[in-house]
Design a protein around this ligand. Structure first.
Ligand SMILES: *Cc1c(COP(=O)(O)O)cnc(C)c1O
Length: 373
């Protein structure tokens, strides 16, 4: 068997992630490998932590990228903060809220579900009622940007409610980080996880996380050991925190860290606020183009995510939607996302994430869809 070199074509990635990456990020991964405890690498780790604090708008000391994808970030938050018997209020308005519930159950927690329709934001009034009926709830968990539906929920208001009821918060920011405003400290979020391959425009495989002092108190005062050795923060911390003496926990994916560092440098150069604005501008241009073609949006205007556009498919297109997506990929090297779960066959998900949130991409995408349909 002759195994040829693998040479993937250049695709325009406009699905729900991964997104395209800046050539600078691509190049960074071909730099010399150094050891994961090399003083030079430890300096890089510190710089990455600083840049992540900038991206999350937080001063949390424990802010770092986990060596694993966003799903592991989710799991890390739950396994460290939930102990058997804990009551957790979890908001479900799409796929990822459902996964949070699954995590709570696997930790032996007791989920109180606040459910909303797919395509709607989390209903603040329902959460308020749930908090009132469950004064002993320990944590409120919600997804800021639901990638399965393109909905943004009001993180600030949700956290406000949680705090005034003595509840901690866990927020999924996998798709929101760097795409729409996050003010971690102002909003008083206690635990947050994200992913490298969405609006940060990095290869997949890293999950930036951040924990407040209150969250760390919970971790320190646990009655039981964290069920996962790899995700136990008290162990991981010894590698990511402290001065120059770092204890080996696992071998960090060194080259992936180079990529994350470069993408965060790009974010800082452009400026967080400008990056948010660029996503908004690209979204408005996509909206204009796609509405001209006769499509409409699943989500009401005020809760739409600029970086994830859920487009309703007209009845006459539905039977051909998979074929159209496959033609876009084959003939235009353009990837857009299908609907998930209940929305399968009913929507397309067009991502405008990070490096891909450009007017050029919007034009390419709208023209390609126009030609194929
Ligand atoms: C993509 C995504 C995840 C999972 O991230 P992976 O890197 O695929 O594990 C979790 N939550 C949301 C909202 C996402 O969009």
């Amino acid at each position: 068997m002759n195994y040829k070199p693998f040479d993937p074509v250049h695709r325009i990635l406009m699905g729900p992630g991964p997104s395209n990456i800046d050539p600078r990020v691509m190049k960074s991964m071909s730099k010399n490998l150094i050891g994961h405890l090399d003083p030079e690498f430890i300096k890089l780790m510190n710089d990455i932590k600083g840049l992540l604090r900038y991206a999350f708008k937080t001063n949390n000391e424990l802010t770092f990228p986990l060596s694993a994808p966003g799903s592991a970030g989710m799991e890390t938050c739950f396994v460290n903060l939930v102990e058997p018997g804990d009551k957790i209020i979890v908001c479900i308005n799409g796929v990822f809220g459902g996964r949070m519930k699954e995590n709570i159950e696997r930790c032996g927690g007791y989920p109180i579900v606040v459910e909303d329709k797919w395509g709607s934001p989390v209903d603040i009034n329902k959460v308020e009622t749930a908090l009132r009926h469950n004064p002993d709830a320990k944590i409120l968990a919600f997804v800021h940007a639901e990638t399965s539906t393109g909905v943004c929920s009001d993180a600030k208001e949700l956290s406000n409610l949680a705090k005034s009821n003595n509840c901690l918060t866990i927020m999924d920011s996998v798709t929101s980080l760097a795409g729409i405003p996050i003010h971690l400290d102002d909003w008083k979020i206690d635990a947050v996880y994200s992913g490298s391959q969405k609006c940060l425009s990095c290869p997949p495989g890293l999950s930036p996380v951040s924990f407040s002092e209150d969250a760390l108190k919970i971790v320190k005062n646990r009655k039981t050991k964290v069920q996962s050795w790899f995700m136990d923060l008290s162990l991981v911390m010894q590698y990511w925190q402290g001065g120059s003496s770092r204890a080996y926990h696992h071998t960090a994916p060194i080259s992936a860290m180079y990529a994350l560092y470069e993408s965060l440098r790009i974010l800082k150069e452009e400026g967080l606020e400008n990056t948010w604005k660029r996503h908004e501008t690209a979204h408005l241009e996509l909206k204009r183009g796609i509405e001209n073609l006769g499509f409409s949006f699943l989500v009401d205007e005020e809760s739409r995510l600029p970086q994830l556009n859920a487009i309703l498919l007209p009845d006459k297109i539905k039977p051909y939607e998979a074929e159209i997506r496959s033609r876009l990929l084959k003939e235009y090297n353009l990837e857009i996302g299908a609907g998930l779960g209940a929305l399968s066959g009913k929507i397309w998900r067009i991502g405008l994430m990070g490096y891909g949130a450009s007017l050029n991409n919007v034009k390419t995408c709208v023209n390609a869809i126009k030609e194929v349909i």
